[in-house]
Write a protein that binds this ligand. Structure first.
Ligand SMILES: NC(=O)c1ccc[n+]([C@@H]2O[C@H](COP(=O)([O-])OP(=O)(O)OC[C@H]3O[C@@H](n4cnc5c(N)ncnc54)[C@H](OP(=O)(O)O)[C@@H]3O)[C@@H](O)[C@H]2O)c1
Length: 330
């Protein structure tokens, strides 16, 4: 059965984050949305943007909060907070990172436990936004999602797992465009000659909408979501330069500095409160990307959204167009 957006209650976690910000405008046909923020300031911004939605604050590391946010839900779109020190262990019983060799106990995760406590006749779909290649154990923020995926697969809940690759929207094209200099420098956090595949947040949102609304057709599926062929940061900087009409020189940050830059981008203003385990995750990501990048295949996303995903050039042209219009006040 597909979803019934006129009456189903859809809960979205990390509703103030990048993924949900792209998804929410596509869900205007959903009459009942519960948006979960962590900070009061994000909750207030969500209330301003979505006055018809119910907005709640919660700490997903607290089991009681997860139960509270899922009360009465028909379905959930669960996004985990970036580099949260307890992302896998969010409510996991025991230590999932070093279970005993023969530990076959199913893992327990807050949001999954909370969904399992709801009446089966009422709760219909758990959609988990994971990451491409959650099997990569060297990447701590991928590895922890592997445990959540395992717990979900064994949970008996009707679920779908989305596995997006690297977001193209992290590239600061608007900043490069607004520089008055004809020749600018893009400083990459990792080796600019290593290949990545990217996905536009708008295409990830389009895929999420299809999965949420078609619902049963996607039960028990895991979808790798990739929008482009392989590209290096030097190549995308070149494309950006062509679009904004400037020469873009590419430099690479040293790893320690790159870790700080990444954390600064994700936790702007709260850098003083960053947990060491969050820092560990960011450091590993920088070192991994520096040598290996992140590469997948776009077939599944193309099938799911019924069209070619956005290319990096199309995304950049769209972004710069928006900035140009802002500058001339259109
Ligand atoms: N960046 C990429 O290229 C990429 C690619 C694939 C997957 N991912 C995954 O995407 C996920 C993050 O999604 P995003 O980029 O949309 O988020 P984001 O923009 O990094 O925002 C973080 C979100 O987490 C919320 N949050 C922080 N701590 C919380 C807590 N204790 N309890 C509840 N909510 C909390 C924040 O709420 P407040 O605003 O209220 O603080 C905010 O909504 C991560 O799991 C990441 O691994 C990222």
């Amino acid at each position: 059965m597909p979803a019934t957006p006129s009456s189903d209650l859809l809960v979205i976690t990390c509703a103030s984050g990048k993924q949900a910000t792209a998804l929410l405008p596509l869900l205007s046909n959903w009459a009942r949305l519960r948006l979960v923020a962590h900070s009061p300031s994000s909750a207030s911004a969500l209330r301003d943007s979505y006055p018809d939605a119910e907005v709640v604050t919660a700490d997903l590391a607290i089991p009681a909060d997860c139960h509270r946010v899922l009360l009465g839900a028909t379905c959930v779109y669960h996004i985990g907070p970036s580099f949260h020190p307890n992302e896998a262990a969010i409510g996991t019983v025991g230590n999932p990172i070093s279970p005993s060799k023969h530990n076959t106990e199913p893992l327990r995760q807050n949001m999954i436990e909370a969904a399992l406590s709801l009446p089966k006749s009422h709760f219909r779909h758990f959609v988990y936004s994971s990451v491409l290649h959650s099997r990569l154990r060297k990447l701590m923020n991928h590895d922890c999602k592997r445990y959540v995926e395992e717990a979900l697969t064994e949970s008996s809940l009707p679920y779908t797992i989305l596995q997006p690759t690297h977001f193209m929207d992290m590239f600061p094209i608007a900043k490069l465009q607004s520089s008055p200099d004809p020749e600018i420098t893009y400083t990459s956090n990792w080796n600019p000659d290593i290949e990545f595949t990217f996905v536009a947040l708008s295409d990830l949102a389009a895929a999420a909408k299809v999965v949420l609304e078609e619902r049963e057709r996607h039960f028990y599926a895991s979808y790798e979501l990739v929008g482009t062929d392989k590209l290096t940061y030097r190549e995308i900087s070149g494309i950006a330069g062509e679009i904004i009409g400037k020469k873009v020189r590419v430099e690479k940050r040293e790893s320690e500095e790159a870790t700080e830059a990444l954390l600064g981008m994700l936790f702007a203003g709260n850098e003083g409160e960053i947990d060491n385990r969050t820092r560990d995750g960011a450091e590993r990501l920088i070192l991994y990307y520096n040598r290996r990048g992140l590469v997948g295949n776009k077939n599944i996303l193309t099938w799911l959204i019924g069209r070619e995903p956005m290319s990096w050039r199309e995304w950049a042209e769209g972004k710069t167009d928006v900035e140009r219009k802002k500058l001339v006040g259109v």
